[in-house]
Design a protein around this ligand. Structure first.
Ligand SMILES: [Zn+2]
Length: 175
């Protein structure tokens, strides 16, 4: 079983700057979930260089909760980093690395909870939705939404772990 910190270390290690492929990260998550008997659905872009991932735990015939995060990060070019951006570094009790807050930290926490979710008698499903190309205009998630729209059972709500200074933001003006 991996801790959220170990998972974050792995996730930060993948350079998923929006211009790069995110498949190495997605394949890692797919394999991790498979280790707990959770299967993933990948929704690729046209070039098959990037993918969204959707996975479910619990009774999928009921509306459930989506935990969602984007896998891409903004570039580090020309920025005065004092630590290697694609390695997790701890300093003064804080973890540094590109995407630790926005938003691989959330994804790591979600993934760390998977063994507990699998073991729990869930009364509604918990879905994990990871997207690509958020930082360049929320582009990647659209193909995933198209797939989900066609399902007979739609999720009840979605919790997106985007950093909002630890204050809940209950909606978005939309993209
Ligand atoms: Zn973000």
């Amino acid at each position: 079983m991996s801790t959220s910190r170990e998972l974050l270390q792995t996730l930060v290690g993948f350079d998923t700057t929006s211009r790069e492929s995110n498949l190495h990260l997605i394949e890692f998550v797919r394999d991790y979930l498979a280790g707990f008997g959770v299967s993933s659905e990948l929704v690729y872009n046209e070039e098959r260089s990037k993918a969204n991932l959707f996975a479910s735990v619990g009774p999928v015939e009921l509306p459930g909760i989506v935990l969602s995060g984007h896998t891409d990060v903004v570039p580090v070019d020309g920025q005065p980093w004092t630590v290697p951006p694609f390695e997790l570094t701890e300093r003064d009790g804080k973890l540094f690395g590109r995407g630790t807050a926005d938003m691989k930290g959330y994804i790591a926490c979600v993934l760390a909870m998977v063994p507990a979710l699998v073991a729990a008698p869930l009364r509604m499903p918990v879905h994990i939705a990871l997207s690509y190309d958020e930082e360049v205009g929320c582009l990647g998630v659209r193909s995933l939404l198209k797939v989900l729209e066609e399902r007979p059972v739609k999720p009840m709500l979605c919790i997106i772990g985007e950093p909002t200074e630890l204050k809940p933001v209950l909606g978005h003006k939309g993209k």
